[in-house]
Design a protein around this ligand. Structure first.
Ligand code: BGC
Ligand code: BGC
Length: 653
């Protein structure tokens, strides 16, 4: 073995050993933390003296401009490869809806070609030691910005599958999709513990149960990162640190008022296990933390040294790097998008400054020169970034040197996604065993969501918001309508999106496919004091269901949603009701469980399902209609009966 290989080999062995020691599904000693203190972790990848010496030498030879460039992360829409070279840029990202040359239909080969341009540029600087680039992407349910890429169910559905082993496979498959495009860093998993259904990012959370989030976080990190240096391995990110799922009234980027003990036991849970699994990067969160009980207001966490450095880097022994969120620095008091000494001093190592990166570089250099940011902090940040790049093998091998690079076949992982759909959909009601449908059933399908890839895939799908997409844009997968036609036969499936004037007579069943329209982040928030009731937010769905209900033909409702919204009115109008969450591109998995007896429903709610429109979570006083863990299988003969319909007030205050 050459010396160079040996240097890589030592930390890799350590990582493999750490993974082997963590049995699947184990949240270990973190499950019963009492909240009195953050757990004292030991990094599964001890610092390798030879690697550290090599990094030290490189950093010692860098100018301030080179160091700051290394810490800067622009969006590919706003920087050219030549500017990457000129400004010594350490990283780029493609934000939601950023594609090569802004072509939504860019091929895998075009992605890989753009990646090669950026990576080559980084190696053509005038630095003594050239530093490879790292490109990050939001592959949050498969490689979701790429046309033709299979998209998995969003996290809320995956949580309902409660299948740690499958999550590791999903991580592997996603990593391979990403490597096909020449990218080696993924901004996932999200280990948010979503506590309020008004939050527009509820669907990005696996569960309101911290232990499920903890098991999943570790599994996805293992799957994405593999050994870090393989053909199909990428660097993973645990996000958004800390407390994104617990903001007051579910306001995205809002104020988390948790006690320290709640932060430790609830919102921290996914980080301990992700760190144990060797996660190499952590993304800071937009929210603030106001520990009201202790009278301690930390403010926006992008600027909080206690959380970013004292807890994460010291107590939890995190040796990778912290990346800020999209313009996240501007929310720190006294900062704007181009300048934030406080965030860097607090412990942010790489700064996501998608647009104003030039001004940011100028201002940060000035802040260091004026002593507002110590050089030691800059050196530490650059050291951490170089460490992750070395651990990921980027210094030793081009990202393009992977058997997946440029391979269109690698982005099709539809069989696995279909399995995930089958396991993630939850049967809430099945009166008189309406489901499963017989393979020879004649059905009437109603509801616009039945033939909508957009409603089926939700936000973070081709575009940031998941809006402005047609079915054809996906170039892969199937809507539920298409899947039903395939499995029941074209002639036995009739479709009416609005159900206007339909006559249900003569059909064996009506299948109503209802759904939210896509959204991401704060655009999906239901703002206080609005009630969270599906039929109020999407009145057309109620009209469609009324047009077919109580007409003597059984009605099976499938609901696409990023949150468990109150839906007793819809459930009462249905004989069977399937909470399908946001299943992604492979609705064939839904048809698989709805038709015939080959597949049963095994999905179980990973969030409480509310029994009133003002019940937004698991807070005191919230009405629970279906508890976490609820879900029917075909053997269950528990009738749901008529659910109560408490009046919905205009305001929930
Ligand atoms: C989101 C992150 C995401 C980043 C880059 C932000 O708005 O909060 O989750 O990784 O954008 O797209
Ligand atoms: C980007 C997203 C990002 C968002 C944040 C969008 O323009 O494409 O990736 O999360 O802005 O506001």
């Amino acid at each position: 073995m050459t010396l160079r290989k040996m240097k890589l080999f030592i930390p890799m062995l350590a990582l493999v050993a750490a993974c082997a020691g963590a049995p699947h599904g184990d949240t270990g000693r973190y499950a019963d933390l009492d909240g009195s203190d953050w757990p004292a972790l030991t990094s599964p990848m001890p610092l390798d003296p030879a690697m550290e010496a090599r990094i030290g030498q490189i950093v010692a030879g860098m100018t301030l401009a080179q160091k700051v460039g290394q810490m800067t992360q622009p969006d590919v829409r706003n920087i050219t490869p030549d500017q990457v070279r000129e400004f010594y840029i350490g990283s780029v990202l493609n934000g939601g809806g950023a594609w090569p040359n802004m072509k939504k239909d860019a091929s895998v080969a075009e992605w890989a070609a753009l990646s090669a341009q950026f990576h080559d540029a980084a190696l053509r600087t005038d630095m003594t030691v050239k530093i490879p680039l790292i490109w990050g992407t939001d592959a949050v349910h498969g490689h979701n910005n790429v046309r033709g890429a299979t998209m998995f169910p969003h996290n809320i559905g995956l949580g309902a599958a409660d299948d740690v082993e499958m999550m590791e496979r999903i991580g592997r498959a996603t990593a391979q999709q990403v490597r096909a495009t020449g990218i080696s860093w993924v901004f996932a998993p999200t280990v948010a513990v979503g506590q309020d259904r008004r939050w527009g990012r509820t669907y990005e959370s696996y569960s309101s149960d911290p232990q499920l989030v903890a098991r999943y976080g570790a599994a996805v990190v293992r799957g994405l990162q593999g050994e870090l240096t393989g053909d199909g391995d990428v660097v993973a990110t645990a996000k958004h640190y800390l407390g994104d799922g617990g903001t007051f009234q579910g306001v995205d980027q809002g104020e988390n008022r948790a006690t320290r003990a709640e932060m430790i036991t609830t919102h921290g849970a996914g980080y301990y296990t992700a760190l144990d699994a060797g996660v190499q990067t952590v993304m800071a969160t937009y929210n603030s933390w106001n520990d009201v009980a202790a009278g301690e207001n930390h403010g926006k966490l992008h600027g909080d040294r206690y959380v970013l450095t004292d807890v994460l880097k010291d107590r939890l022994d995190f040796t990778g790097f912290v990346v800020s969120d999209w313009n996240g620095i501007e929310q720190v008091q006294g900062c704007d998008k181009t300048r934030c000494a406080q965030a860097i001093n607090a412990g942010i190592d790489m700064i996501m400054v998608p647009e104003d990166w030039r001004a940011f570089i100028t201002n940060t250099i000035a802040d260091v020169e004026a002593g507002r940011i110590p050089m030691a902090r800059i050196d530490d940040a650059v050291t951490r970034i170089l460490r992750v790049k070395m651990r990921a093998g980027l210094f030793d091998r081009a990202v393009a040197d992977s058997r997946f690079n440029g391979q269109a076949s690698a982005i099709d992982v539809s069989a696995l996604a279909r399995e995930a759909v089958r396991k993630s959909v939850v049967l809430l009601k099945n009166e008189n065993a309406v489901l499963p449908l017989r393979a020879d059933a004649r059905v009437l399908v109603v509801g616009a969501s039945a033939d909508s890839m957009s409603n089926q895939t939700g936000g973070w799908s081709l575009t940031w918001q998941g809006t402005e997409n047609t079915n054809a844009d996906f170039a892969t997968g199937q809507t539920l309508l298409a899947a039903l036609k395939e499995q029941l036969g074209d002639a036995d499936v009739t479709y009416s999106a609005d159900a206007a004037g339909v006559d249900v007579a003569g059909y064996d069943a009506v299948i109503a496919v209802l759904g939210e329209t896509p959204y991401a982040e704060y655009n999906g928030d239901v703002r206080f004091p609005a009630p969270v009731q599906h039929s109020l937010l999407h009145p057309t769905d109620l009209r469609v269901l009324r047009a077919v209900a109580d007409k003597g033909v059984p009605v099976v409702t499938v609901l696409y949603s990023g949150r468990p919204a109150y839906a007793n009115d819809l459930i009462n109008l249905s004989d069977a009701f399937v909470a399908a969450f946001l299943p992604g591109t492979e609705a064939g998995g839904l048809a698989d469980v709805m038709i015939g007896t080959h597949h049963d429903f095994t999905g179980r709610l990973s969030f409480v399902w509310p029994g009133s429109a003002c019940s937004t979570g698991e807070h005191a006083g919230d009405v629970v209609q279906f508890a976490r863990g609820y879900g029917l299988s075909y053997g269950d003969r528990r009738p749901v009966g008529v659910l109560p319909l408490p009046a919905t007030p205009a305001r929930c205050d």
